[in-house]
Design a protein around this ligand. Structure first.
Ligand SMILES: Nc1nc2c(ncn2[C@@H]2O[C@H](COP(=O)(O)OP(=O)(O)OP(=O)(O)O)[C@@H](O)[C@H]2O)c(=O)[nH]1
Length: 321
């Protein structure tokens, strides 16, 4: 065990460390003599006191596995083994590592627990690669914003949260005006550059919990959790002004610049409404903003419309900004 290449430690049935091998010393930066005979082994992995997997096995607390290791947890109840993956603080190095751990009971006569071996594998690099891939799968290739798939998932999650917490949820649909003409005048690559600049402008108006996504083509969507209609209108107007201030010539004449139209909708989630209806309402508002001349925001007018805005049978009033 001492010379084993895999980091490992062993607890006795009183949860005291009886073996702490060399590889475990290298992994944690903690020498065996610091922990042998103590119950301080957790300090090598975490800033705050919490049981390691081996502690759970000794104390027969396998039922806490899922809550303590929410990322990946697996238990093999027959043999009493537990396995999990989690981020560990690694206090001695001050740098988190992602560890895959297994805790295996050692049974004596009559099947009585004598000790528990915990093995650890540092899989930080694999985890980082996996996270990077997952991020790539959620990003739009041109603008670097969240893509449509990420938008759909986030909206679903935020809708559920709004329903649970009975908080408003706002949505903005932002569409570049006359973009076909811009493409015709500047070519598709020129159009792409313009979309990138608008993406940056829209993102720069967001708070940490908001999500800006490329909804498709020259249309962006902004999810504003826990935001009232009034707040959403303020954000929408800030975005509209920000894009206008970019002063990207649209080729339609001197002093003519690229602008956006924005439709807003706000809903208090309820079980008889859906996130799709919120999108449809914001889209309808966007259509009205276009219809009324572009470079403007459009939103429901009254408090009643805020709630009604997500109902399928509603015909929200419009207030063009
Ligand atoms: N360069 C570029 N153009 C795109 C992209 N996606 C969509 N478009 C173009 O965006 C234009 C959208 O045109 P329309 O839907 O007619 O709308 P519009 O000209 O913006 O007019 P309004 O929306 O009514 O103001 C089309 O010419 C599309 O080819 C893209 O990724 N890059």
């Amino acid at each position: 065990m001492e010379m084993l290449a895999v980091p490992a430690f062993v607890l006795d049935k009183e949860r005291r460390v009886i073996i702490w091998n060399r590889a475990c010393e290298r992994l944690t930066g903690v020498a065996a003599e610091e922990v042998l005979g103590t119950r301080d082994h957790w300090q090598s992995f975490y800033q705050e006191a919490r049981p390691t997997l081996a502690d759970l096995v000794v104390q027969d607390r396998g039922d806490e596995l899922d809550s303590l290791y929410p990322q990946v947890a697996k238990s093999c109840h027959v043999a009493g083994q537990l396995g999990a993956e989690s981020w560990c603080d690694m206090p001695r190095f001050g740098q988190r590592r992602y560890l895959a751990v297994d805790a295996i009971p050692i049974l004596g006569e009559h099947g009585r627990l004598e000790a528990v071996v915990q093995t650890l594998r540092d899989i930080t690099d694999e985890k980082a690669a996996q996270v990077a891939l997952e991020q790539l799968a959620t990003l739009d290739g041109l603008t670097g914003l969240a893509n449509r798939r990420c938008f759909d998932n986030t909206l679903g999650a935020e809708w559920s949260r709004a329903l649970r917490q009975q908080q408003p949820l706002s949505l903005l649909m932002v569409d570049v005006d006359n973009f076909k003409a811009y493409n015709d005048a500047n070519g598709h690559l020129g159009g792409d550059e313009c979309l990138k600049r608008i993406a940056i402008a829209v993102s720069s108006e967001m708070r940490a919990n908001d999500l800006v996504a490329r909804y498709g083509g020259e249309e962006f969507a902004v999810i504003l959790p826990n935001q009232s209609l009034k707040g959403a209108a303020i954000v929408a107007e800030r975005i509209r002004c920000r894009v206008e201030r970019l002063k990207v010539p649209n080729g339609r004449g001197d002093n003519e610049h690229v602008t956006v139209s924005i439709g807003a909708a706000t809903a208090i989630a309820s079980s008889d409404t859906s996130a799709c209806q919120l999108v449809a309402t914001a889209d309808a508002a966007l259509y009205r903003a276009k219809h009324m001349g572009r470079n403007r925001i459009s939103l429901p007018a009254t408090e009643a419309d805020i709630i009604a805005s997500a109902r399928p049978d509603s015909h929200s009033a419009i207030n063009a900004g």
